[in-house]
Design a binder for this molecule. Structure first.
Ligand code: AMP
Ligand code: FE
Ligand code: FE
Ligand code: ZN
Length: 285
């Protein structure tokens, strides 16, 4: 292989993706990826299995998560890379996220019921089979029960912002998310800034310790990627990228469609090692 690449933004069925960790790693192997990071929403549950599957496939594994955060009214996603998935503070916080997510499902179902849509919360949990369920699971349950004809219809009629069954999501502050990732020995990266249009909050996040920025993403145009590369340069931020693949739910799986050169992964790992040295945590591996 002439060049080695990584995909550092991937979801499995431990949040709103459709692949199991093993299927994800199998796809990564098919695409010739040398490294991957699992970044399920508000959980690290899939990391253990994904790590085992990567080891068997000879792929470098970076344990991660994508935390739901906000700053100045913007919803932001903070990617935590190289986190210690056994860290107690991280586990306590993701458990809190997951409890709120499960209650949000119940609330969304109650609102559907008020709109005479006879869905049961248990049907959503049975289908989701994960601790970190979200709107896509409600949409799939609606389709499965024959109450909507497509996922798009479910979102358009009920689940989109300000539609009848929409319930706001629990978020922590961007600064708290960054702190949490750091305490777990990880590296904090702002996900897909081009989707959130939040450039004005970046300096504050850098102040709060942000380590990096996701310059390459499926939904970033070349111009958008270049824009964030210049911001990375200006604020001396690490550069990351990934496909944000959710599996087969939205047409062709995206895994491998964003190819991050491996030297960026080296810098990410180095930052995590420095952080663990200052935390006094012995490094494994
Ligand atoms: P949640 O985290 O529960 O608010 O759900 C967010 C997820 O819903 C993301 O993965 C989005 O890709 C997905 N989503 C948002 N809008 C739509 C839509 N119109 N159709 C399909 N999926 C959507
Ligand atoms: Fe998602
Ligand atoms: Fe995201
Ligand atoms: Zn994502």
């Amino acid at each position: 292989m002439s060049m080695s690449y990584a995909d550092l933004h991937l979801h499995t069925q431990f949040s709103d993706g459709t692949y199991s960790p093993e299927e994800l790693v199998n796809q990564a192997r098919r695409h010739g990826l040398a490294a991957l990071a699992l970044t399920d929403h508000d959980t690290v549950e899939g990391c253990a299995r994904c790590g085992v599957a990567c080891k068997e496939a000879g792929i470098e594994f970076i344990p991660g998560t994508e935390l739901t955060a906000e700053q100045d009214g913007h919803e932001l996603h903070i990617l935590g890379y190289c986190v210690n998935t056994q860290n107690q503070e991280l586990l306590t916080e993701v458990t809190q996220f997951q409890n709120v997510r499960q209650n949000r499902i119940r609330e969304m179902v109650a609102r559907l019921n008020q709109n005479r849509i006879p869905l049961e919360a248990e049907a959503v949990f049975e289908l989701a089979k994960c601790r970190s369920p979200g709107r896509p699971h409600v949409a799939r349950a609606l389709v499965q029960a024959g109450l909507c004809s497509s996922l798009d219809e479910a979102f358009e009629r009920f689940l989109k912002k300000n539609r009848p069954a929409w319930v706001p999501k629990f978020k922590i502050s961007a600064a708290d998310a960054i702190d949490l990732v750091h305490k777990a020995g990880g590296v904090a990266v702002l996900a897909h800034p081009g989707l959130n249009r939040c450039d004005e909050v970046i300096p504050g996040m850098v102040e709060a310790g942000l380590d990096g920025i996701e310059c390459f993403h499926t939904k970033h145009s070349t111009a958008t990627s270049e824009h964030y590369l210049s911001i990375a340069d200006r604020f001396r931020l690490l550069i990351t990228g990934g496909s944000d693949c959710h599996g087969t739910s939205k047409g062709r799986p995206l895994i491998g469609s964003v190819k991050l050169p491996l030297h960026h992964v080296r810098k990410l790992s180095e930052r995590a090692q420095e952080r663990n040295r200052t935390l006094g945590v012995p490094t494994t591996s």
